[in-house]
Design a protein around this ligand. Structure first.
Ligand SMILES: CC(C)(COP(=O)(O)OP(=O)(O)OC[C@H]1O[C@@H](n2cnc3c(N)ncnc32)[C@H](O)[C@@H]1OP(=O)(O)O)[C@@H](O)C(=O)NCCC(=O)NCCS
Length: 173
């Protein structure tokens, strides 16, 4: 992740972050676990490269049940932005005394499942049909997802944040 720096989003990031969310999710709204979020209203961390360009963005929500990563997207995959943002989100969670970091992804997103599991998150629940329900709230959600996999289900992943536990920064090598 050489050259990647993470900081809270600033007003001048808005346009680029909006464009990234539009590319990934079709706009600023996401529907997960039967909840519709407006990404513009939630705290956002951005990763920037050495030239100051946006490399990724992570939107999160802190609540009694932990820190939820509501959206994570990199402008170009494989450059380290996703890892850097996840490490930074964990630091936010730990600083807030959260017991876990968690998120929801979809059954077609094999890249994300690999990415998160290699970084210490575990699949803790599968909600069959959750994306079909989400489509009722957000009809633009496609029927066919990555790798031509029918897009239907949500998987919940989490990482427990216990004192003394190795941080995401140390996994994987
Ligand atoms: C999943 C995602 C957030 C990961 O962010 P990233 O910046 O690509 O992450 P990193 O560069 O830190 O690590 C990417 C991993 O993919 C590998 N990789 C390398 N080149 C890659 C490429 N061209 N495409 C995808 N992955 C690549 C990296 O080696 C690394 O794997 P590792 O586990 O062996 O270290 C990002 O790919 C993304 O934006 N995906 C689309 C949006 C999405 O699905 N978000 C998650 C929804 S919950």
């Amino acid at each position: 992740m050489a050259g990647i720096r993470v900081r809270p989003a600033e007003p001048h990031d808005r346009e680029d972050v909006t464009a990234l969310h539009h590319r990934e999710w079709g706009g600023p709204y996401v529907v997960v676990h039967d909840t519709r979020y407006d990404l513009r209203e939630l705290p956002t961390l951005v990763a920037v490269d050495g030239a100051g360009r946006l490399a990724g963005a992570l939107v999160h929500r802190l609540a009694d049940d932990g820190l939820e990563v509501v959206s994570l997207a990199a402008t170009s995959p494989g450059l380290g932005a996703g890892t850097a943002l996840l490490v930074a989100a964990e630091a936010v969670a730990v600083a807030a005394g959260a017991a876990r970091l968690w998120l929801v992804t979809t059954n077609d997103n094999l890249d994300a499942l690999r990415f998160y599991q290699r970084r210490g998150l575990r699949i803790v629940a599968v909600d069959a049909g959750a994306v079909d329900r989400a489509r009722e709230l957000k009809p633009t959600i496609p029927w066919i997802g990555a790798d031509d996999i029918p897009l239907r289900d949500e998987l919940r992943l989490e990482r427990r944040l216990t004192p003394g536990q190795a941080s995401l920064a140390s996994t994987p090598s």
